[in-house]
Design a protein around this ligand. Structure first.
Ligand SMILES: Cc1cc2nc3c(=O)[nH]c(=O)nc-3n(C[C@H](O)[C@H](O)[C@H](O)COP(=O)(O)OP(=O)(O)OC[C@H]3O[C@@H](n4cnc5c(N)ncnc54)[C@H](O)[C@@H]3O)c2cc1C
Length: 501
């Protein structure tokens, strides 16, 4: 074997996954088709839950140093307010995808992840013991790697998905959007963000001093297969939609996207798994794709490492599909709605006005905010405690070990059993798992924890937190002797059977 896991693609998803696998002790190699990191930046921002995930690993400061918090988010260009009580990071962070990838690659290097560039997956063969991955490299002879698992993080046109025969059903493109980072010397100083016109819409966002990101959207015009993307086409499109090219010049890069929305029918086929854009593509409204890919990686990484280590059975990998498929399904749904809301025409103008007037209501704003930030995700859970299945809030702690808040406990990407009342007996119940689960005793600084989409919940007596920050089990505040049976069953489900002695 050349490693436990081969990850195809060194985009945000592949890099994050490789780091998660390394943190959990798996041997991983990333293969990437490109010779060097791209300086193209499709994504321009990350949301609260992804910021929290980076915080959980202790690397958020690196991203905050290069990004700029925004005062509001948006749903199809209609503004959404944030609420400081829901997260320590209640803002979208504007940061270029190229910077995100650089920071993740630096972290991967620190963790000892091997990234092999100019190395493209071109064949896959899986058998009972592992996967053989055929590679096209710079060498004349094709290369190959043998590993126990392969994860395709190789983007929307995923070769891994196609070679594995995983279906990718969904809806076709109904529009064409062109994007470019350019200079716009004639853009009026009072220009703000996005304009709707009868021909479509366009936006010009100041990204870096002197540079704007221009996006034009034209409807009922899906691109032809193989249609080239050029600077001239972007200029022509801007003239069609805006009536002028604002003196557009010096393109750094131009690209195209559409509202095609597709999702892999299954996220796992034997020893091959899919994550990020390889598993789902959609209209990029609201900036959710990269966020979702990073969160796929954080859901999958610890599970796959646990199976590779021999702690958990292979069936744990099926929970990756069960938990993450519905998340992308919802994003495809909300981005289809956002695409519908930007089509030109008096009917959509009226619909937008009605929608905008609804968004004045707190409940509507909150609902959309939770959806875009992914703070409200609840994975299927057996128990009925309102925290179970949800991401654990980053509550303040008082602890003899010096931990001051919950997310800090997750830096090592290990499960944490947090005993908040002391002497509840959870330590004894978890004895068979102390090699895999960190037991922490602390006091909650607050009597109540705010859980998005649920509300205020009394701080629990004890809580079992998975490495991705989701709650596997929780004991109610007034539970003096939390059920050892339920805790033992949650520990077995997520982290494998107990080890004695
Ligand atoms: C205009 C636009 C704006 C966006 N804005 C946002 C935003 O603000 N926020 C957000 O969250 N998302 C945004 N997105 C979406 C985001 O860019 C993607 O969801 C994200 O890049 C997906 O990351 P990934 O790692 O899954 O795939 P990719 O970034 O596509 O990376 C895949 C990698 O795999 C490599 N690869 C491909 N094939 C092979 C192969 N056979 N072998 C080896 N390597 C291979 C590729 O070279 C690439 O490096 C936006 C998208 C667009 C188009």
């Amino acid at each position: 074997m050349d490693g436990d896991v081969v990850v195809a693609g060194a985009g945000p998803t592949g890099l994050m996954l490789a780091c998660e696998l390394r943190l959990a002790g798996a041997d991983v190699v990333v293969v990437e088709r490109l010779a060097q990191r791209s300086d193209e930046s499709r994504a321009g921002g990350i949301h609260s839950r992804t910021l929290e995930v980076l915080d959980q690993r202790g690397i958020l400061d690196r991203f905050l140093a290069e990004g700029e918090p925004q005062p509001v988010g948006h749903f199809s260009g209609l503004f959404i307010d944030f609420d400081e009580s829901e997260s320590r990071h209640p803002y979208p962070l504007m940061i270029l995808q190229s910077a995100i990838e650089r920071l993740l690659e630096e972290w991967a290097a620190e963790l000892g992840v091997r990234v092999r560039r100019s190395c493209e997956v071109s064949a896959i063969h899986q058998d009972e013991a592992g996967v053989t991955v055929g590679l096209r490299t710079r060498e004349a002879a094709p290369g190959r790697l043998r590993a126990r698992y392969l994860v395709g993080c190789d983007g929307g046109r995923s070769t891994v998905r196609k070679l594995s025969g995983i279906d990718f059903p969904g809806t076709e493109a109904t529009m064409t959007a062109l994007i470019g980072d350019v200079e716009l010397p004639d853009l009026p100083e009072d220009y703000v963000w996005v304009r709707r016109t009868p021909g479509g819409d366009y936006s010009a966002i100041a990204f870096e001093p002197g540079w704007h990101r221009v996006i034009t959207s034209e409807f009922d015009r899906a691109p032809e297969r193989g249609e080239p993307v050029t600077f001239d086409r972007l200029r022509e499109s801007l003239v069609r939609v805006a009536g002028t090219d604002f003196g557009m010049r010096r393109p750094r890069w131009v690209s195209r996207f559409t509202d095609a929305a597709r999702q892999a029918a299954r996220y796992r086929k034997g020893r091959v798994l899919l994550a990020g854009d390889a598993a789902h593509i959609h209209f990029p409204a609201g900036g959710q794709g990269l966020n979702m890919g990073v969160q796929d990686a954080v859901n999958l990484g610890w599970k796959l490492a646990s199976v590779v280590r021999g702690d958990a059975p292979e069936s744990l990998l099926d929970t990756y599909h069960t938990e993450r498929h519905p998340v992308a399904e919802r994003v495809l749904h909300n981005t289809r709605a956002q695409a519908a809301l930007i089509r030109p025409g008096p009917q959509t103008d009226a619909l937008r006005e009605v929608f905008a007037s609804l968004m004045v209501f707190d409940d509507v704003n909150r609902y959309l905010r939770h959806m875009l930030t992914a703070l409200d995700i609840r994975y299927p859970a057996d128990g009925d405690h309102p925290l179970e299945g949800r991401r654990v809030p980053d509550a303040g702690l008082k602890s003899p070990d010096g931990a001051t808040r919950v997310h800090e406990l997750l830096h090592g990407a290990r499960p944490v059993l947090l005993d908040l009342h002391g002497g509840t007996g959870v330590a004894a119940a978890a004895e068979g798992w102390t090699d895999r689960v960190d037991l922490v005793e602390a006091r909650s600084e607050d009597d109540h924890w705010l859980v998005p989409a649920v509300g205020e919940v009394p701080a629990p007596a004890a809580v079992l937190i998975r490495p991705d920050g989701h709650v596997a089990w929780a004991a109610a505040a007034d539970d003096a002797a939390p059920g050892a049976h339920a805790l033992g069953s949650a520990l077995t489900t997520w982290f494998g059977p107990a080890r004695r002695g």
